[in-house]
Design a protein around this ligand. Structure first.
Ligand SMILES: Nc1ncnc2c1ncn2[C@@H]1O[C@H](COP(=O)(O)OP(=O)(O)O)[C@@H](O)[C@H]1O
Ligand SMILES: Cc1ncsc1CCOP(=O)(O)O
Ligand SMILES: [Mg+2]
Length: 266
């Protein structure tokens, strides 16, 4: 896949506005990681203004981490505004598989809105693909079957690019796949590294015509930054701080040197 290791430089030049409707746990981290990669964040989930804010934005992130029925209706309205404008929508189905409400809401959003990137952990994606998985709260505990096949099934069913995070990140549009082995185990020691990944994906997708290639660039950059942050860190809290610094300082040429990406066709 012809992906651009230096796409972060385009993000910085264009400073895309990324509208988030997201959870109350990691919202501040999502705003800051958007800034660190060169985008401009805005969080707006009031039903009175959400769609108007989407119309100003270059990408929309929908994250169901602390969902409620009213917020879901707002997400649908904002998602439709994004589709009308033709900007990418990133869905993070946090906790799909843990409760029926989360699973059904994620499917409803996929059915009602044209999602560009569906990004979750293995348990969340396997659940949405109809596989057998265990999701405990927001964590993937167990997946039966081959995650690449399940991700490809979800990609074809909803005509989206699917991103499965974990020790290795998998990206597939149902015909192509890429796997990124950057990142660091410390990413699993703080909450929000998944949510922040969606913000980075949205900022990169906003400046690229091909969401699949943009996703490879985004997660390679995020993973390389995490490796650099880990070298400065003494534990979870200092890692979190160092991650913002490392991504803000990251050069495209460093991504070109350090990215570890395998790819192929399904
Ligand atoms: N053991 C690991 N090694 C490298 N990167 C990891 C590891 N665990 C998680 N990550 C990274 O952390 C981010 C969040 O992934 P994950 O933990 O699967 O999401 P979530 O927090 O949504 O469950 C991804 O960018 C992923 O690549
Ligand atoms: C802990 C938690 N609970 C509801 S949303 C949330 C944050 C999940 O963040 P991530 O999926 O990035 O770990
Ligand atoms: Mg998550």
């Amino acid at each position: 896949m012809d992906w651009n290791p230096e796409l972060i430089e385009e993000v910085r030049k264009n400073r895309p506005l990324v509208h988030h409707i997201t959870n109350v746990v990691t919202v501040n981290d999502c705003a800051n990681i958007t800034l660190s990669c060169g985008g401009a964040p805005v969080m707006a989930d009031a039903p009175e203004e959400a769609a108007d804010m989407t119309r100003l934005a270059s990408a929309l992130v929908l994250n169901i981490g602390t969902l409620n029925a009213d917020q879901v209706e707002t997400m649908i309205r904002a998602g439709k505004a994004a589709n009308e404008k033709g900007i990418p929508v990133v869905l993070d189905p946090v906790g799909a598989g843990a409760t029926t409400f989360r699973t059904e809401t994620a499917k409803r959003l996929l059915d009602r809105i044209r999602i560009c990137l569906l990004k979750g952990n293995a348990g969340e994606i396997a659940t949405l693909a109809g596989g057998s998985a265990q999701v405990r709260g927001v964590d993937s505990e167990r997946v039966e079957g081959e995650i690449r096949a399940l991700a490809a099934k979800a990609a074809r069913e909803w005509d989206v690019t699917v991103v499965v995070t974990g020790k290795r990140d998998l990206i597939t549009d149902g015909s192509r796949w890429a796997e990124i082995s950057n990142g660091h185990p410390l990413m699993g020691s703080i909450t929000g590294t998944g949510c922040m990944g969606a913000s980075v994906l949205a900022a990169f997708a906003a400046v690229s015509p091909d969401p699949t290639r943009a996703a490879v660039s985004a997660l390679a950059s995020y993973g390389v930054a995490a490796e650099q942050a880990a070298m400065q860190a003494n534990g979870p809290a200092s890692f979190r701080t160092a991650l913002f610094d490392a991504l803000a300082a990251l050069k495209g040429e460093t991504v070109r040197e350090r990215a570890r990406v395998d790819e192929g066709r399904l």
